[in-house]
Write a protein that binds this ligand. Structure first.
Ligand code: RIB
Ligand code: CA
Length: 319
């Protein structure tokens, strides 16, 4: 992949969720590559009051009290919120030891933080890394389109093509929850990399990475084991696999080691009108529509390299 591996300024927007939480721990362990300007949270896997708490907990576990955490939109742009407690548990990060985080919640709304940061980006534009419903990102674009030049690239987790949907037969959760927000982001005109179920289903959590984490002395490793053991149970039963696909860490892994991934420039559109196929990502993989590509659609990942990176970075946390 052509993305140069240099220190880049990012904003992570997420809905923790165990896989978002592992994504955060991976990003927070890589300060030489990622300057995390802030973590913004959105309603998704669980309601906003829990996703923001969970993000703050991950910053505390990682010892990264320097990274500000913001709460954003508590529901999709137009629709009622759909959550996924059946997958993630009632806390969103079942399997972790939960307490009131020492890391405070910022007063500013996440959308205001995103707008102000991107307007001030100047000649050092910011990479956005959304791993939940795209409500905050879309709301920021709608609030002030002048932010667009401040976006270097959007590297998002969402969508599905060959893998099919995980929330309906047609749709992946992040896009299903807020398809109108996805439509705004897909049409924003900024460079876009999409890590869909098609790649996350190639990185299933097996006993090897879990055993490696169990051998580590750190609190982060212990919390990650607890979260992944819980996270594995739902998808193991649903898909008959040894574990769960590790969706959201694919975004950060792409930024840290793009050579692990293979993608194709495609036109990607989203269904917003149909009740049956709401949130479906229509990926023009073979260029049959004549529409110009608007996204780099990742469709292959090196699982061994992905987990080697994840274990090496989580191994940086000391006891
Ligand atoms: O469909 C998987 C995505 O939905 C992941 O981001 C997961 O955390 C949930 O948000
Ligand atoms: Ca997520």
């Amino acid at each position: 992949m052509s993305e140069a591996n240099t220190t880049r300024r990012i904003i992570i927007d997420c809905d923790p969720g165990q896989d978002d939480a592992v994504m955060l721990l991976l990003a927070l362990a890589s300060p030489e590559a990622l300057d995390i300007l802030g973590i913004t949270t959105v309603a998704g896997n669980v309601p906003l009051d829990l996703t923001q708490r969970n993000a703050r907990l991950m910053c505390e576990f990682a010892g990264r009290h320097d990274v500000p955490v913001f709460a954003g939109c508590d529901r999709p742009l137009q629709r009622a919120l759909v959550t996924a407690e059946s997958v993630h548990g009632t806390t969103g990060i079942d399997g972790a030891s939960i307490h009131r985080p020492a890391v405070p919640l910022q007063d500013r709304h996440a959308v205001d933080f995103i707008v102000e940061t991107l307007l001030a980006a100047g000649d050092d534009p910011v990479t956005l890394v959304p791993t939940g419903p795209l409500t905050n990102i879309a709301a920021a674009i709608e609030a002030d389109p002048r932010i667009l030049p401040g976006i270097r690239r959007i590297v998002m987790m969402g969508g599905a093509m060959r893998e099919g949907g995980n929330t309906t037969p047609s749709a992946e959760f992040n896009i299903y929850v807020d398809p109108e927000a996805a439509e705004i982001v897909l049409g924003c005109g900024r460079p876009l990399t999409i890590a869909p179920l098609d790649v996350s289903h190639q990185v299933v959590v097996t006993h090897e990475p879990l055993d490696a984490l169990r051998a580590m002395p750190s609190r982060v490793a212990a919390e990650t084991v607890g979260m992944l053991e819980f996270f594995n149970r739902y998808d193991s039963e649903k898909y008959g696999t040894e574990g769960a696909p590790l969706h959201d860490p694919c975004t950060i892994a792409y930024l840290l080691a793009p050579e692990l991934f293979e993608g194709k420039l495609c036109h990607v559109a989203v269904e917003t009108g149909s009740a049956l196929t709401r949130g479906h990502t229509a990926v023009d993989f073979w260029g049959v529509t004549g529409h110009p590509p608007n996204a780099l659609w990742l469709h292959r990942v090196d699982p061994a390299g992905f987990f080697a990176l994840l274990i090496e970075r989580l191994g940086r946390y000391d006891g």
